[in-house]
Design a protein around this ligand. Structure first.
Ligand code: 48N
Length: 326
C-alpha cells in the first residue's frame, strides 16, 4: 500500500528523500499518520547560515535553575509523603498516588543522579523486561506497549526495560504535586517517641544530604544534613547497591526492630507473591515495599521479573491512602 500523497506534501520526507514512499511499511507509516511527523527538518532546513540562539547572560541560567530548586526545597520541607528510592517500586507507588491524590505533596528522594534503579535492563545485560500477569494491567494503565508470548500466556514482555522505566518516570515527573530530588540520599530517619519507648517509634520524615557527601562522611569533615518532615515515609530502596535496604537497616540499628530477615535465594513464584502481599506499614509512619521488603521479612528474591515491583507499588499506595485517611 503506498502512503497517501497528502502526507508527503506536508512532511519533510518529500523534500529530502526520493523513492521513500514505496519503502515505508504500514507500521512505519503509522508513525507519520499518527501525527508523529515532525516539521523540525522544514523548520531549520536551509537556514543554518543565519542561525542564532536568542541572547542570554550566564547568571540568568543560574538563577533560572537555583530559584526553582530552592523554591522546591522550601515547598517540600513539609511533605505529605516522602518516597525513598526512585526504582520501579518507588516510581510505581508515586504514579498510583499521583493519579489518586493530586492534592498530596509527594517528595521522592533518589540517591543516584539517574532515577530508575535496577529497571533499565530486563536482567543481566538483556533489554527485554518480563512481567508476569496480572502486572500487564499496570502496563495498560501506564500506556506501555508489550508483547504476549505465544508459547506462554502467563507473562508479557516489554521490548526494552528502558521503555517501561522512561515512560513511568515521565508520567511521574509530569504530576504537579510530585517533586524528585535526585542525587540526594536519605541518610537517616526523623523519629518521634512511641508510647512504649523505641519499639513503637513513629517515623516523621527523613534526613537528607547530597549523595556524594553521604558517601564520604568518613573521609571529610561532617557536612550536616537537611530534613523533610512528613507524616508518612514509603521506603523502596531495593536490596543491593551502595545504600540497599537503607530504611530496613536503619530500623535495626536504632533497635526499632530486632534484626533483618535477610533475603533468601531466588524463587520467582514465592518471591513475587510474598512481596506484593506483604507490602505494608512496618512501623508507624513507615511503609516498606519492593525488594527492600525481602530484607525485612526474609523473602526470596525473584530475579529478572518486575511484576512484583509495580504491584508492590500499587499496594504501597493503597496502604499509604489508608494511613493518610486514618
Ligand atoms: O530498583 P531498586 O534497587 O529497587 P526496587 O525495589 O524498586 O526494584 C528492585 C528491582 O530492580 C530488582 O531488584 C529486580 C526485580 N531483581 C530482583 C532480584 O532478585 O535481584 O531501586 C532502589 C532505588 C535506587 O535507585 C537507589 O539508588 C535508591 O533506591 N536508594 C536510595 N535513594 C535515596 N536514599 C537512600 N538511602 C537510598 N538507598 C537506595
Amino acid at each position: 500500500m503506498s502512503p497517501p500523497a497528502a502526507i508527503f506534501e506536508s512532511s519533510p520526507v518529500s523534500t529530502t528523500t526520493t523513492g521513500l514512499k514505496d519503502k515505508l511499511t504500514p507500521e512505519m507509516l503509522s508513525f507519520i499518520t499518527q501525527g508523529q511527523q515532525t516539521r523540525l527538518l522544514d523548520e531549520f532546513a536551509g537556514k543554518w547560515d543565519s542561525f542564532k540562539f536568542a541572547p542570554i547572560r550566564e547568571s540568568q541560567v543560574s538563577r533560572a535553575m537555583t530559584r526553582r530548586y530552592f523554591n522546591d526545597l522550601d515547598k517540600y520541607a513539609e511533605s505529605d509523603i516522602v518516597i525513598v528510592g526512585a526504582g520501579s517500586c518507588g516510581l510505581s507507588t508515586a504514579y498510583v498516588l499521583g493519579k489518586a491524590r493530586p492534592d498530596l505533596k509527594i517528595a521522592i528522594v533518589e540517591a543516584n543522579v539517574s532515577p530508575g534503579g535496577g529497571a533499565w535492563l530486563g536482567g543481566q545485560l538483556f533489554s527485554a523486561m518480563v512481567m508476569r500477569k496480572p502486572a500487564d494491567v499496570f502496563l495498560n494503565d501506564l500506556g506501555v506497549p508489550f508483547e504476549e508470548d505465544a508459547t506462554n500466556p502467563n507473562y508479557v514482555v516489554v521490548k526494552h526495560a528502558a521503555l517501561f522505566t522512561s515512560t513511568l518516570l515521565s508520567k511521574v515527573l509530569s504530576f504537579p504535586n510530585i517533586k524528585l530530588f535526585n542525587a540526594t540520599s536519605v541518610e537517616d530517619l526523623i523519629t518521634r517517641p512511641g508510647q512504649n519507648g523505641i519499639e513503637d517509634v513513629r517515623i516523621a520524615g527523613v534526613v537528607t544530604n547530597w549523595t556524594l557527601v553521604t558517601m564520604h562522611h568518613d573521609d571529610q569533615s561532617c557536612m550536616d544534613p537537611n530534613t523533610i518532615n512528613a507524616p508518612l515515609v514509603i521506603s523502596t530502596t531495593g536490596h543491593d547497591g551502595p545504600f540497599g535496604a537503607f530504611c530496613a537497616k536503619r530500623l535495626v540499628s536504632m533497635t526499632a526492630i530486632e534484626k533483618l530477615g535477610g533475603m533468601r535465594g531466588l524463587d520467582m513464584n514465592a518471591a513475587e507473591d510474598a512481596i506484593v502481599k506483604n507490602t505494608r506499614e512496618v512501623t508507624k509512619g513507615l511503609i516498606i515495599g519492593g525488594m527492600e521488603l525481602s530484607e525485612i521479612d526474609g523473602f526470596n528474591r525473584m530475579g529478572p521479573t518486575f511484576g512484583a515491583m509495580v504491584l508492590s507499588g500499587v499496594k504501597a499506595a493503597e496502604e499509604a491512602l489508608k494511613v493518610i485517611e486514618d
